[in-house]
Structures are given as C-alpha cells and as structure tokens.
Ligand binder design. Sequence first.
Ligand code: ZN
Ligand code: ZN
Length: 166
Amino acid sequence: MKIDLTNIPPEGKGLDFSLTPDWWKSDLDEDRIMGLEGPLSAWIKLYPAGKKIVVEGSLSARLLLRCDRCLELYGWDLSTDFRLYLLMSPFRGELEVELSEDDLNLDFIDGKFLDSDQIIKEQIILSVPMKTLCTPKCKGLCPMCGCNLNMTRCSCSSRYETSSYQ
Ligand SMILES: [Zn+2]
Ligand SMILES: [Zn+2]
C-alpha cells in the first residue's frame, strides 16, 4: 500500500491492516522465509515531529521458516515493533530515511509516498533469526545419505565413525 506523506495531520495518521498469506513473495536473497502460515496483522502510525515524520508500527504473523540443519519447514511466531524517522532531503525535496542501521534499504520510499509493504517486508527480514532451527535439538541431515535424522535412523553414522577413526 502506498501512503501519501504530504498530508499527514498534526495528530498523526493511523492504519490498521491485515495481509493474506499469498502476499509474501519468495525472494532468492531471503531463503530462510518460505511464506506466511496465516494472515499477517499490522498497524502503522505516522506523525510529524519537527522536520521529521515518525513511522511507528507493530506486526504479528506466523511465518514458515526453513530449518538450516534439516531443511524442513516449521512455523515461527513473529511479533515486532519498529520506529523509523523520515527526513526531507534538502537537495531533492524528497523524503528519505534517517539511517540508524547501515543495512536498511530504502526501497520503501518512492518520492513522497511510503510503501508500507516494503517496510513490513524489511521488518520481517530483520526479525528472523540468522540461524533458523526447527527445534534447538534438531539433528539435521545425515552427511552420508542425506536422510533426516530427526525422523529416521540410518546406519551411516556407525560406518562414518569407523572410517574417520582410521
Ligand atoms: Zn531442523
Ligand atoms: Zn545416513
């Protein structure tokens, strides 16, 4: 959704919305997140603060993540709050984000419009742990035959230990 940033009333503007699971598009750069397990609910509030516009928001959803070790999908509850500051660029008269983190990308500003979908996507990516594990004790895949050691037991491990012992 594009939010017009040029007519925000002094008391602020609030938006409540929910996004259906088909909203999430897989992204080759982001292979930990496979999708949403249910609808995502979010609210965003924008209000002016001097020369800045404050964007506050909160989102919650159940994500489908891929386990780093066994590659199975599992559900993960996301709940996060965020706050960003937008500043008018003195050179181009466009709004920009005041950067607090170097890796934040600026796709969500398009001239005088804010793309709330991009902000939400960015916040989801920032919230997901770097290492995704279906359970803390996930046994992963057998390095020899590739079977999922959480579900089956193969006979590779004994052979593997024997051969690496020599
Ligand atoms: Zn796993
Ligand atoms: Zn095996």
